[in-house]
Design a protein around this ligand. Structure first.
Ligand SMILES: [Zn+2]
Ligand SMILES: [Zn+2]
Length: 183
């Protein structure tokens, strides 16, 4: 999944890729940890265009995933559809401070640019990064998911228990159990 920079012209270059999550080291780690599952290949469609000295990449990364709900631990399906635009520059433009006239020390990130090094663009890294950025920190099967009872562990979406009403005391006892287990 490499594009030679010289092959990118003003007219643009279209590419499509499909690759299993196993080909992306960081996605494999998430799968091994049981945090996210990727049952289908990760499909990428992109267009690379030369704009003067810069290269612009526009693309979409899509795949079906299985998340583990952070409240009830149920595994549920979700479709990831991520749109991205990246601009690559060989050198960072020099920008002067409008007031002092001194050159500002800006890095690529400040300018919203990616630094182009070498003769090729490594799309493998780009695709992995987009998927990682698109994963929720706390996946929820439903916004209204009621989660598990902190005391007895029943799924409060499908069952009720008699612990309700303990409120803080209930939560506290779970913390106490947890801290005892750490000893
Ligand atoms: Zn849930
Ligand atoms: Zn309960």
């Amino acid at each position: 999944m490499l594009i030679r920079v010289d092959d990118i012209k003003e007219a643009g270059l279209n590419r499509e890729y499909a690759a299993a999550a196993a080909e992306f080291p960081e996605l494999s780690v998430l799968e091994q940890r049981g945090e996210v599952f990727f049952p289908e290949p990760i499909t990428t469609k992109l267009r690379a265009i030369r704009v003067g000295e810069m290269i612009q990449l526009d693309g979409t990364v899509s795949t079906s995933v299985r998340f583990v709900c952070s409240r009830c631990l149920k595994v549920y399906p979700h479709v990831l559809e991520l749109v991205f635009t990246l601009t690559y520059a060989r050198n960072l433009p020099a920008i002067d401070d409008a007031e002092t006239g001194e050159e500002l020390e800006l890095n690529a990130e400040d300018l919203g640019l990616e630094l182009l090094s070498g003769d090729e663009l490594d799309l493998h890294a780009v695709i992995q990064e987009q998927v990682l950025l698109g994963l929720p920190l706390q996946p929820l099967c439903e916004d209204t998911c009621r989660g598990l009872c902190p005391r007895c562990g029943v799924d409060l979406n499908t069952a009720t228990c008699n612990c309700a009403g303990d409120g803080f005391a209930g939560k506290f006892s779970v913390l106490k159990d947890w801290s005892n287990r750490q000893k």
